[in-house]
Design a binder for this molecule. Structure first.
Ligand SMILES: O=P(O)(O)OC[C@@H](O)[C@@H](O)c1c[nH]c2ccccc12
Length: 264
C-alpha cells in the first residue's frame, strides 16, 4: 500500500465520523480572498507559505511552533497566501489551526488536506479557508470534477494539484484557474524540480496561476520555477525551519518581468 493509499483510507474513516459532527457553521469571521487575482497582479514570484509542523516524509519539522506568529510573519514578509496543513493523523495539523490563522491574517488561506468529500469543503469554508486543494492522484476524475464544481459554487478557489502528464490532462478538463505542480511524488516522496519544467510546457492557456510546489529552498530554485513558466511557489519546510523568514522570503520572491511564459 502506498502512503497516499494509506492516507486516503484513513481519510474515508474521518469523513464518516465528521458527517456526525461537522465543523461549526456560521463561525467564519473573515471574508473570502482571491489568490488568483493577487498572483495576476504581482510583478514577482508569489509565495504560498505553509504552516507544516510535521510530514510523513520528514517526520517532525517544527512541532512547537507558534503558528499565529509564523502566519503573521509570512503575511508581513509578502506571502500571497498561507497554506495550513489540516490533516491530523499524518501532518499534525487541524481545522482549528486553519481557523486561528484565518482570523489573524488578511490574505487567502489554503486548506491543505486530502479532500475526498463535499463535507470537507463545507468545513474548510466554515473554518475560514479561501482556497481548497484537490489532488488528482487521490481522486477518480469524475469525483474531482464534482468536488471542483462544488467548491467553486461555494465561492472558493481550487488548487488543482498534479504530478504527471495524465493528471494534468484530467485537471485541465475543468478549465482551472489555479494549477499546482507537485515536485514531490506522493507515492514515493521523491522530489524533482524538473517536474515543473516538464509539465508547464504542456499548459497552453495563458493567465493561469501556476504553482511549483515542494522542495523549494533557494533563490535559484525559485528562478528555475519561474524560468519554467510558474508564477507562484508553495514553500513549507524551508520557511518552517528558517531563522529569518523575512530574508528568506525576500530571496525567493524573484522578479517575473523577463520570464513571461514563452519568453525562453
Ligand atoms: O515542505 P515543502 O517541500 O516545501 O512542500 C510544501 C508542499 O508543497 C507540500 O506540503 C505538499 C504539496 N502537496 C501536498 C499534498 C498534501 C500534503 C502536503 C503537500
Amino acid at each position: 500500500m502506498t502512503f497516499l493509499e494509506k492516507i486516503i483510507d484513513k481519510k474515508k474513516q474521518e469523513v464518516a465520523e465528521r458527517k456526525l459532527q461537522t465543523f461549526g457553521k456560521h463561525t467564519r469571521k473573515n471574508p473570502i480572498y482571491s489568490l488568483h487575482k493577487s498572483v495576476q497582479a504581482a510583478d514577482h514570484i508569489s509565495i504560498i507559505a505553509e504552516i507544516k509542523r510535521a510530514s510523513p516524509s520528514k517526520g517532525a519539522i517544527q512541532m512547537n511552533v507558534d503558528i499565529l506568529e509564523q502566519a503573521k510573519q509570512y503575511e508581513q514578509s509578502g506571502a500571497a497566501a498561507i497554506s495550513v496543513l489540516t490533516d491530523e493523523s499524518f501532518f499534525h495539523g487541524s481545522l482549528n489551526d486553519l481557523k486561528a490563522v484565518s482570523e489573524v491574517v488578511s490574505i487567502p488561506v489554503l486548506c491543505k488536506d486530502f479532500t475526498i468529500d463535499e463535507i470537507q469543503i463545507d468545513d474548510a469554508k466554515n473554518a475560514g479557508a479561501s482556497i481548497i486543494l484537490l489532488i488528482l492522484a487521490a481522486l477518480p476524475l469524475e469525483r474531482f470534477q464534482r468536488l471542483y464544481n462544488y467548491a467553486t459554487e461555494q465561492g472558493l478557489e481550487v488548487l488543482c494539484e498534479v504530478h504527471n502528464a495524465d493528471e494534468l490532462k484530467d485537471a485541465l478538463t475543468v478549465s482551472p484557474k489555479i494549477i499546482g505542480i507537485n515536485n514531490r511524488n506522493l507515492k514515493t516522496f521523491e522530489v524533482d524540480l524538473q517536474t515543473t519544467t516538464e509539465l508547464v510546457q504542456q499548459i497552453d492557456e495563458n493567465g493561469l496561476t501556476i504553482i511549483s510546489e515542494s522542495g523549494m529552498r533557494t533563490k535559484e530554485d525559485a528562478e528555475l520555477a519561474r524560468n519554467a513558466g510558474a508564477n507562484t511557489i508553495l514553500v513549507g519546510e524551508t520557511l518552517m525551519r528558517s531563522e529569518n523568514v523575512e530574508k528568506d522570503m525576500q530571496a525567493l520572491q524573484v522578479p517575473l518581468s523577463s520570464s513571461a511564459k514563452g519568453a525562453f
